[in-house]
Design a protein around this ligand. Sequence first.
Ligand SMILES: Nc1ncnc2c1ncn2[C@@H]1O[C@H](COP(=O)(O)OP(=O)(O)OP(=O)(O)O)[C@@H](O)[C@H]1O
Length: 266
Amino acid sequence: MLTIDRVSKHFGGVYANRDVSMEVPDGELRGVIGPNGAGKSTLFNLVAGHLRPDSGSVSLDGRPLDRMPPHVRARHGVAIVFQGARLFPGMTVLENVMVGAHARTHGGLVAAVVRPPSQRRQERETRELAERCLARVGLEAAAQQPAAALPLGQQRRLQVARALAGQPRVLLLDEPASGLRAGERTDLTDLVRELNADGMTILLVEHDVGMVTSLAHRITVLDLGEVIADGTPAEVTTDPRVITAYLGAGGQHAAQHTGAQHVAHR
Ligand SMILES: Nc1ncnc2c1ncn2[C@@H]1O[C@H](COP(=O)(O)OP(=O)(O)OP(=O)(O)O)[C@@H](O)[C@H]1O
């Protein structure tokens, strides 16, 4: 169980998160939606440890994560795929995933690249793990290609494979479908559904509300840093506060951008 307990974070005078609480049981796929600037990325960064909250606490199975830096949280099973995450373009697809595996087993990049002879066995295990992760996202045939050569949809799958190489229990996906074409989006949606069906707990931030409602067991809705709704997709997409929050976020144009039309017309 991932527990987020009354977490607050402000930047200057702006509360990016204010008393945000959430309980995500093992195996759940939780959607997190909200208009632009609602605080979704901030929340993910607080959970993954890239930001420290002003107050409140994040714990996994009752163990507080608050004092742990991101790489220690990763070892405890929390992985994040950042919005707009970058790959190492000069490395192959497989090497990119091996970096993800080393992030868990070693100091990270240096060990992954230098490969001291004493670590040969571990190197082989890491390679095998990376190959399994690539196969899991359907990229095994591309293992030796330069990462930069992949189309965007496959780059996103590679980012997921890199996160899987850390063998997480909880996977945070921040707008994984942004910029993808319809077919790529469908493939990614299927992948996220399969990972969850295999038992992975997933938190998904996505502007494509249709994608979130089709995948999530429950959805938490943020607006101006606060939780304004929490429930099943059917509950939150018919919640008047949610519809108002989307339509109020800069009018019709913003509503279209955020997918609020989808919310409003359900
Ligand atoms: N590092 C920062 N410094 C200052 N303000 C920030 C910082 N990060 C976020 N904010 C502010 O905090 C609020 C929440 O931002 P956040 O990026 O978490 O929202 P979001 O819901 O992820 O938005 P989007 O959907 O546009 O990605 C916004 O008002 C934003 O401008």
